[in-house]
Design a protein around this ligand. Structure first.
Ligand code: F6R
Length: 617
């Protein structure tokens, strides 16, 4: 986790670093800090807490006119979130300052060695060994760049590191297993863990690779490998715009991103259904059952016999949904929680396709699973939102969900875009295997094409706020569903607990009676997800919880009289095929979580203890 950033060029280093950090705050918000060169030395300002706290103090502590600096926003791994443990970390002299994202696994041995040589440490972090090692190598007579390279050569683990050093009008940085992108503007250069940090300043980026060492100077940069051999990496233009990463008048990014789902879905589906290009921002045309994944021509998945999905959290729920889509079309598919798959991988055969589903493309557990699958010789595919992410680069192929940047820590629009992408992928695989379109695909694709408009109706007409007010302040909340409604129940509960801090659990509807029913009382609101498939059985489960006095909120199609009549409260969506209905039901649950969390005054965009991009195992 953690976000790092760097600026070299204009006299507005402090302003640009703070902008970058605010755009990276979703990666961690335990503490924040900057180090800026002021012409005679390096000013460091760092504070426990969010970036707003750093901003309150920075004017008095940092020279506003510096043109070179580095910044950091932290999600704690080694040591509690204190001022001392905040980055940047410095050497004994204060001439070297470093920010780091990742984990240096051999830091204890390095620290002992440095302490034996007289270095004094101020923090509990693994990172602090880096500036002290650079100091030690400079004391041996190495140049700052050579000392940086020698230091990096001693590090084991994952890291993206950026350093400023006295006497050098620039920044040195490198990466190994943690993301780092370079932003190229005419007279300035930026570094960040993620491109939205500097999108306001430039859309030209270089995705750095593991082992790259980059030296930034005003208006220029040099990329080399660890041995100093030049590496050519031409900049690419990213098509995300700065406004996508701003709040745009909404109280929270999460609400903005819930409302952005029609646009995100249109982007996801554009040109992929019906062989046509939807107009900008509009859904693609309905009524044609062609599925075109531009990256994968017909036949691309011909040899696939089974699919293993690996993912975490919300992405795991999207993966679980995909297994239902594939299995119902006769394709063997299973979903694994990536943290488990990495240690207990499933057997891989000749025709196994391993699909890593990951919004960020940087989740450590998912990357580890991907590496395990690669080592075992599986064909691998990343389904991700981030072009140039580690998952995209380390997989044989990548399929992009095209949802645009998501800043709220709770994933919303990216779930919908993942599900839409995976549904199309499923259909592509079925066609490649059987030579035929799957049964009922016309209705499914029509529902997908109409999904954006239907999500808009849900968002416009939702009664989620009223439901949230009625059922606020209960000890526990249950979410149930089956088939494609089961991942939605899990996702509804995850979102709810994540941002409200209230206890919530998702269950397969039929599983309730095998134990969890013991917890159900009249104080346990149960959200029941109906998708139009196997609903009769879910209705029986609803009766079982109602018999124990639990209030039931049916999330169902607006013409589903049976579900709506029996429920105590209803959240409806326009009629759609079950696969699309699951997405619509999920939007209602996103809104319920949002309104309950808002009523409780929670930190909705930055829930406690969490970060968006989980780059540690
Ligand atoms: C929950 C949430 C997390 C992520 C998980 C995986 O709202 O956002 O559960 O889904 O950390 O992240 P990615 O998809 O980036 O691999």
């Amino acid at each position: 986790m953690c976000g790092i950033t760097a600026h070299v060029g204009s006299d507005e280093a402090v302003e640009d670093l703070l902008t970058g950090l605010e755009n990276l705050e979703y990666r961690g918000y335990d503490s924040a800090g900057v180090a800026v060169k002021n012409g005679v030395g390096i000013d460091v300002c760092k504070r426990q807490g969010e970036i707003s706290k750093l901003k309150e103090r920075i004017r008095g502590e940092v020279d506003g006119g510096g043109n070179v600096g580095i910044g950091h926003t932290r999600w704690s791994t080694h040591g509690p979130p204190t001022d001392e443990n905040a980055h940047p970390h410095t050497d004994c002299t204060g001439d070297v300052a470093v920010v780091h994202n990742g984990i240096i696994e051999n830091y204890e041995g390095l620290k002992r060695e440095l302490e034996r040589d007289g270095h004094e440490f101020d923090s509990d972090t693994d990172t602090e060994v880096v500036p002290h090692l650079v100091e030690a190598y400079r004391d041996e007579g190495l140049s700052p760049e050579a000392a940086f390279r020698r230091t990096v050569g001693r590090l084991e683990g994952s890291y993206a590191v950026a350093m400023v050093v006295e006497g050098v009008d620039g920044v040195y940085a490198t990466r190994n297993g943690s993301p780092l992108v370079l932003g190229v503007a005419d007279d300035r250069r930026y570094l960040a863990s993620d491109a939205p940090a500097f999108l306001k300043f430039t859309d030209r980026v270089v995705y750095l690779e593991d082992g790259d060492v980059v030296a930034l100077e005003p208006g220029d940069h040099r990329i080399t490998d660890l041995d100093g051999n030049p590496v050519e990496r031409p900049p690419e233009t990213v098509d995300w715009v700065a406004e996508d990463a701003e709040k745009g008048g909404y109280d929270h990014y999460m609400l903005k991103e819930i409302h952005e789902q029609p646009t995100a879905l249109a982007q996801t589906l554009q040109g992929r259904i019906g062989g046509g290009q939807g107009a900008d921002g509009a859904s693609p045309p309905a009524g044609n059952d062609a599925v075109e994944l531009e990256e994968f021509p017909p036949g691309a998945f011909g040899g696939v016999e089974s699919v293993q999905f690996v993912a975490c959290g919300t992405s795991y729920h999207a993966a679980l949904y995909a297994t239902r889509v594939l299995a119902s079309r006769g394709v063997e598919a299973s979903a694994y929680r990536a943290g488990e798959y990495a240690t207990s991988p499933a057997p891989i055969g000749d025709g196994t396709l391993v699909v890593a589903v990951t919004q960020s493309g940087e989740t450590a557990d998912t990357l580890e699973s991907l590496r395990v699958a690669n080592e075992q010789g599986a064909r691998t595919l990343a389904v991700t939102n981030v072009v140039g992410s580690t998952a995209a680069r380390e997989s044989d192929d990548a399929l992009f969900i095209r949802a645009g940047p998501e800043i709220g820590v709770a994933a919303t629009k990216t779930f919908s875009s993942q599900v839409a992408t995976l549904t199309l992928l499923g259909e592509r695989i079925v066609r490649d295997l059987t030579g035929l379109a799957s049964e009922g695909v016309g209705d499914l694709l029509d529902s997908l094409a109409a999904l954006g408009g239907n999500v808009q109706r849900v968002v416009d007409e939702s009664r989620a706020q009223a439901v949230a007010e009625t059922y606020a302040d209960r000890p526990s909340y249950f979410f149930i569903g089956r088939d494609v409604g089961y991942p939605v129940a899990l996702e509804g509960a995850l979102k709810f607990k994540e941002i409200t801090y209230e206890h919530a659990e998702g269950f397969a509807a039929g599983e309730l009676k095998h134990g969890p029913l013991a917890l159900v009382t009249e104080e346990t609101p149960v959200f029941a997800v109906f998708t139009g498939r196997h609903d009769g059985k879910t209705l029986s489960n609803v009766e079982q919880v109602q018999a124990r006095g639990a209030p039931v909120i049916a999330v169902a199609s607006e013409d589903h009289d049976a579900a709506l009549d029996v429920a105590d409260e209803t959240l409806t969506y326009p009629e759609a095929a079950p696969e699309a209905a699951a997405v619509l039901a999920n939007v209602q649950l996103q809104l319920v979580s949002y309104h309950v969390a808002k009523g409780l005054d929670r930190a909705i965009d930055k829930p406690r203890n969490l970060a968006k991009s989980v780059t540690v195992e």
